[in-house]
Design a protein around this ligand. Structure first.
Ligand code: FAD
Length: 348
């Protein structure tokens, strides 16, 4: 995919970067490891209030993401979600070649690192035997559960996503409230304690499905995965007293949480100090021509890890990139009065 600008990270910095590039007439693509945009605001504190966004006395993390989405809508930026950019190399013609874990390949004239504290990726299950599983037998934080249909499924985890997945797997075999279920043949939910984190309504539904036998809750931890001839047969698990048991299943859905990983970014030859990209705050340029960085991933004298600082940085980066890509310093124009900017914004 050829593009003028590739934005790595769709947190608040990446989203506003897309907007500022749009105001410069520069088309961009957004990539994120998460299945949704919003970065930390969506993933870590979606329901909590933020009080220091200029002009918005209070909004939740999720509301801020919605507002940013509305603001960048006129720019029509393609999103490539659930994929991590894993390599970045410069081509002979100066373009940057970026490849994602989903195999998407970009050739970008400029790159904007808006990677925050790293790519949010699911925590892996680390027990013997897990590496031998086929992709269709082991799923981390799946969003769609249709593939569970007809299978004997173990949902492993105790948070809201795990509870919702178990409910979705089990619902279709549970009578009138069954709509939207995936129709697993049998659903187990395993967690180390008999305490689950979810909204009261979901916990009530879980209780109902446990009582009806549609979900069997197992209190323990997986210690080994057993498979033979490429077929998942069972997990070995340990109860609170240290006793080992076997549970026959043919599909494993793992929800052990999501954590940030800087990952490959540190291997891309960019100047880094204490896991942050060193930039010139006047342009947000990194040590490589055509690569800019904004938001929590950057360091410069006086840097503050705040959303409003990321918005300022995205503006500086867009002006610098416009000069780099278009060959002349862009004029400063106001969205209030500029007919050119009104064109980009799709307003009369
Ligand atoms: P992030 O929000 O971290 O987004 C980065 C995105 O990049 C992530 O979605 C990640 O998956 C993606 N990514 C990284 N690497 C890759 C890769 N290689 N490939 C694909 N995707 C990748 N700030 C305030 O200003 N006010 C507040 O009140 C406030 N409250 C906070 C409360 C909490 C609990 C926390 C944790 C933070 C708070 N912050 C607050 C800080 C604020 O959330 C961050 O400053 C902001 O999210 C940084 O935005 P970002 O876009 O730079 O990074």
């Amino acid at each position: 995919m050829e593009t003028d600008a590739l934005i790595i990270g769709a947190g608040p910095a990446g989203l506003f970067q897309a907007f500022q590039l749009g105001l410069q007439g520069i088309a961009s693509h957004l990539v994120d490891a998460l299945p949704h945009v919003g970065g930390q605001c969506a993933q870590l504190y979606g329901h909590k209030p933020i009080y220091d966004i200029p002009g918005i006395p209070v909004c939740t993390g999720a509301e801020l993401v919605q507002l940013l989405e509305r603001q960048i809508a006129p720019m029509q930026v393609p999103r490539h979600l659930s994929q991590q950019v894993e390599s970045l190399q410069q081509r002979d013609d100066g373009r940057w070649l970026a490849q994602t874990t989903a195999g998407t390949l970009f050739a970008a004239r400029s790159v904007f690192m808006a990677a925050g504290v790293g790519a949010f990726v699911p925590k892996a299950l680390k027990v013997p035997g897990v590496d031998g599983l086929l992709p269709e037998q082991l799923h981390y934080h799946p969003l769609q559960l249709d593939m569970a249909s007809g299978h004997t499924v173990l949902v492993y985890g105790g948070d809201e996503e795990a509870v919702n997945a178990a409910i979705a797997c089990a619902s279709s075999c549970d009578g009138p409230q069954s709509s939207g279920g995936s129709g697993a043949a049998k659903t187990y939910l395993m967690h180390r304690r008999d305490a689950f984190q979810a909204e009261p309504q979901q916990l009530a539904r879980l209780r109902q499905l446990r009582d009806s036998g549609a979900i069997e809750v197992v209190i323990g931890q997986i210690t080994e995965v057993r498979h033979a001839a490429g077929r998942l047969g069972a997990v070995q698990w340990m109860d609170g007293e240290g006793r080992e048991h076997l549970l026959s299943i043919d599909m494993l859905l793992v929800f052990l949480g999501i954590s940030p990983r800087l990952g490959p970014i540190s291997d891309w030859g960019l100047s880094i100090e204490r896991k942050q990209l060193v930039v010139d705050p006047a342009t947000q340029a990194t040590s490589a021509a055509g690569i800019y960085a904004v938001g929590d991933i950057v360091t410069y004298p006086g840097k503050k890890k705040l959303i409003l600082c990321a918005f300022h940085e995205a503006t500086m980066a867009a002006f610098a990139a416009a000069e780099y890509l278009q060959g002349e310093k862009p004029l400063l124009q106001y969205t209030t009065t500029s007919a050119k900017l009104h064109g980009f914004l799709g307003v009369a």
